[in-house]
Unconditional design. Structure first.
Length: 186
């Protein structure tokens, strides 16, 4: 049974989530891929105001394709999150609460997740067309020159994901692997 989660998420709300939980996300999430992360990081280093408040924010590592008629965006599948790992600890320290993407994260990101009571969630890769149906509205808020990788503010409803990293140090990629290997050995 999936847990309904409203974004933005409070620190208190992250305490009940555990690695392996299925969630349905509804609310506001921002898109940001590699180039956007680099630009946001540069702005942070220069003391500039960011195009959205990181405090409690959620970021989806995605560059949606152009919208089809009647849709807010086109295909919106996750990209590999580790591409943004060199910027993520600073963003978490600045208040980022939820990250959504796919793939493993670095030890520095794992430590920053725990330190900042944040969570890392995974969306199903290869399911971008289905995931796009959960996106009800999209608005470019920064870096339009990046095209599909511009930062967008998305309104999502019942967006399916799985908790991978939790505030307690849980890592679903590790525990699921260990469970599988135990089962395979039996």
């Amino acid at each position: 049974m999936a847990i309904s989660v409203t974004l933005p998420m409070t620190k208190e709300a992250t305490t009940s989530l555990r690695a392996g939980d299925s969630v349905l996300l509804s609310g506001t999430i921002y898109t940001a891929r590699d180039a956007a992360h680099q630009r946001l990081h540069e702005m942070m280093q220069a003391g500039e105001t960011l195009p959205f408040d990181l405090d409690g924010a959620s970021i989806y590592y995605v560059g949606p394709s152009p919208a089809q008629p009647g849709m807010a965006v086109g295909s919106a599948g996750p990209t590999t999150s580790s591409r943004c790992d060199k910027y993520t600890p600073d963003m978490l320290d600045a208040g980022l609460r939820v990250m959504l993407g796919k793939g493993k994260r670095s030890d520095a990101v794992k430590q920053a997740v725990v330190r900042n009571s944040a969570v890392y969630l995974a969306a199903t890769g290869g399911a971008g067309a289905m995931l796009a149906r959960c996106i009800k509205d999209a608005e470019i808020v920064a870096f339009p020159e990046f095209g599909t990788e511009a930062v967008r503010k998305l309104t999502i409803e019942n967006f399916p994901a799985v908790v991978i990293l939790d505030i307690h140090g849980g890592d679903y990629y590790e525990t699921a692997r260990q469970s599988y290997l135990k089962t395979a050995e039996s």
